[in-house]
Design a protein around this ligand. Sequence first.
Ligand code: NAD
Length: 258
Amino acid sequence: MIFPFRYAMLKAELEVKTMGDREQLRSMIEQARHMVFFGGAGVSTESGIPDFRSEDGLYRQSYRYPPEVILSHSFFLRDPEEFFRFYREKMLCLEAKPNAAHRVLAALEKMGRLSCVITQNIDGLHQAAGSRRVLELHGSVHRNYCMECGKFYDVKAIADSHGIPRCSCGGIIKPDVVLYEEPLREGTIRSAIAEIQKADLLLVAGTSLSVYPAAGLIDYLRKGKLVLVNASPTSRDKEADLLISGKIGEVLSELHLI
Ligand code: NAD
């Protein structure tokens, strides 16, 4: 049994610790001259889009094949029908709206306090919140191209079609997302590396840092401080100058930066 006094002490200690984290982050953001944000699927869970590796993430749901198999280049070529069934059901979350994390980051950019967002997400929610400089390492569900003639299609072409989406020329319309086994776009990765090398503050959030080569980007940080905000531990926690366990939308809101 915990006595009321002891309980109050523990609660106060916890509050001080939490306050300390948030204040430290706030002051780091205020002092930064070149702040870069690097995020993953966890940035959009507060918008209702499941990530891959959380308790209720896609890896815990049962499908005929694991998500990284269905979302691979070879599977796409082998069984496009099954690929699009999974893709429409699980990767297209078109009703999702930006959450506090997306909104605060967009506002920080507008205020000239954030240089860019580097994201592993394909949902377009940073742009929906107003972010302009977004480096999408894994592409976007909002861009789709015919594999034969290269004609562009928006997301409705995939969402509103059945089976394998086809272009007017008969070719398959492929989402402009980087599938497993496919290389990242060279220009995007080069810009991301350049931004991180210049950063004096790299805020990393909502990523398990387990999908490479994207996760390896933080190795390019030179002299800048590294802040990690994540709902669960990552393999890089020990390297962080500041580590906050929590939800990124809640944490950024609590800073009252905007
Ligand atoms: P991941 O699923 O491997 O890891 C997500 C991490 O975020 C976990 O460690 C989890 O604890 C944490 N997390 C969950 N909600 C959080 C929150 N509100 N605040 C802070 N942390 C939170 O995701 P990943 O590292 O991005 O790698 C998965 C790959 O899947 C990426 O390549 C990404 O492109 C893709 N993906 C994208 C979306 C999307 O576009 N929204 C959704 C699912 C998967």
